[in-house]
Design a protein. Structure first.
Length: 484
């Protein structure tokens, strides 16, 4: 808010410095030469003590498998100046032990986990340090002390939760993909900029060493101008047994608020085919393999080649239906020249599809289950999924390459970078200005698959210029009662 200059004579001024402003000003103050020293926290409260004024209060929305991992990452990464004070989930307990997450999660297990870590006092068997909610809107209304929100729900609810937090001035960390439709992504990036909040998308490898090496090598000219790139992931197979909605309508399990789980998605009866795990296999809730892994695997290509809006998108895939995602797709994106970088053809492969094995690899060597390949005028760069273990190929070329200086900022962890940004530090590298356009690649691929058309894309205006049918898939299309 802009201040109106006072017409009164200068004199003593009193001000109530909010906790949020202190978090930023304290961080900035420590960087000013000659600034008064703040008393070290360990002098006041012992080693590891963080004054309340410096603590970032976080709310976690989505206490399922991914939400549990986010909290465990805070512990693993020794984040001591941020604390979860509230959680929200539409289910009280869910068993992920048979799935990827290998855990039990939901509101009640998360309360137990958080209580165990923080050691909060209990009264009457209830956790008194962390509040738990079913409806994120009620949580945001009641918990005024929240500074930041981490969103780890299914894709179709990312936008409504993130926007509700942003409009209250809360910083937001949102899992990938950033949203479920291109219209939602655009609104999220615009509102984050408008409200000047710190943001981060949950493509965690964006904070790792591999992506920085790939960028620095490409910008150093290690493989020359890049005109062709490939990215692949073997993920897929959700809801593969369905081509239509289940006909039976079993009762909603106790402890699950099905209406809130649906959120802005169109109404349908509950079925275990959707919850707790296979929601990613249904178009109304997820985006299949490209929705799941594009923001992870394509990330190094997107950053190193300074990509933004593709000109055209074309997909070929396994059979397409209106309900469930395809199980196998190739998507071709064509980008215009960018500064001194030439036009680029990027191809995505999933569910076991991979590009041809480069001839520079040793005999018998195969491509891994996830990876990226950049083809330059002077050579090739190969990396595993998430930008892991990048190398020039063949091996002799890597051995002879003199690596350039490390010019990009290194960070200790993805959550640490976001928390520092919340406190007035540098913007996180996968903030919504970056994560939004990266998410758009995945979502445009989904539109191309579902429409069956080659798309001509006007990115700045968020418009498919050659297909009204495909343009409908760009929109959010929420059910009554939910809006952006």
């Amino acid at each position: 808010m802009n201040e109106v200059p006072s017409k009164k004579l200068p004199g003593p001024v009193t001000s109530k410095l909010s906790r949020r402003k202190f978090l930023k000003s304290a961080s900035a103050l420590s960087l000013v030469a000659g600034a008064p020293m703040i008393v070290p926290r360990h002098v006041l409260g012992g080693a590891g003590f963080v004054p309340p004024s410096e603590m970032l209060n976080i709310a976690l929305v989505g206490a399922g498998g991914r939400g549990r991992h986010l909290f465990e990452d805070l512990i693993k990464n020794q984040i001591r100046d941020a604390r979860v004070i509230a959680i929200c989930d539409v289910v009280d307990r869910v068993d992920y032990s048979k799935f990827y997450y290998r855990s039990v999660a939901g509101r009640l297990p998360m309360l137990e986990l958080i209580d165990k870590h923080y050691g909060d006092a209990k009264t009457g068997g209830e956790n008194t340090g962390v509040k738990a909610y079913v409806d994120f809107r009620e949580m945001l209304e009641k918990e005024k002390a929240i500074d930041a929100v981490m969103v780890a729900t299914p894709d179709h609810t990312h936008a409504v939760i993130s926007l509700a937090a942003i409009r209250l001035g809360k910083h937001v960390y949102c899992e990938k993909p950033l949203a479920h439709s291109l219209e939602e992504v655009r609104k999220m990036t615009e509102e984050a900029s408008r409200y000047k909040v710190a943001t981060q998308m949950g493509n965690q490898a964006n904070s790792n060493e591999g992506i920085r090496q790939i960028c620095e090598w490409v910008w150093d000219g290690a493989i020359g101008a890049v005109r062709e790139a490939h990215a692949w992931s073997d993920t897929g197979g959700w809801a593969a047994q369905y081509t239509d909605r289940p006909a039976d309508t079993p009762p909603v399990p106790p402890g699950l608020n099905w209406d809130l789980w649906l959120g802005p998605a169109k109404e349908r009866p509950y079925h275990p085919a959707y919850v707790p795990f296979n929601w990613r296999g249904w178009w109304d809730f997820g985006g299949g393999a490209v929705g799941d892994h594009c923001c992870h695997v394509v990330d190094p290509i997107f950053a190193a080649l300074k990509l933004m809006h593709p000109l055209t998108i074309e997909a070929s895939s396994a059979p397409v239906n209106k309900e469930t995602v395809t199980n196998g797709a190739m998507i071709t994106y064509k980008f215009p020249a960018r500064g001194e970088m030439p036009p680029l053809k990027l191809t995505w492969y999933d569910t076991g599809l991979v590009p041809p094995v480069p001839e520079e690899l040793k005999p018998g060597e195969k491509l891994g289950p996830h990876g990226v390949l950049l083809v330059g005028d002077k050579g090739k760069l190969l990396a595993g999924g998430w930008g892991r273990d990048p190398r020039l190929i063949p091996e002799e070329r890597m051995n002879a390459y003199k690596q350039p200086p490390k010019t990009l900022r290194r960070v200790s962890s993805h959550d640490r970078a976001w928390i520092d940004a919340c406190k007035g530090g540098p913007a996180a590298s996968s903030n919504f200005d970056y994560g939004g356009p990266l998410t758009n690649l995945a979502l445009l691929g989904i539109v191309a698959i579902r429409s069956g058309e080659k798309l001509h894309w006007d990115g700045p205006n968020l418009r498919v210029t050659n297909s009204a049918n495909a343009q409908e898939l760009v929109k959010a299309n929420f059910r009554s009662g939910w809006t952006l």
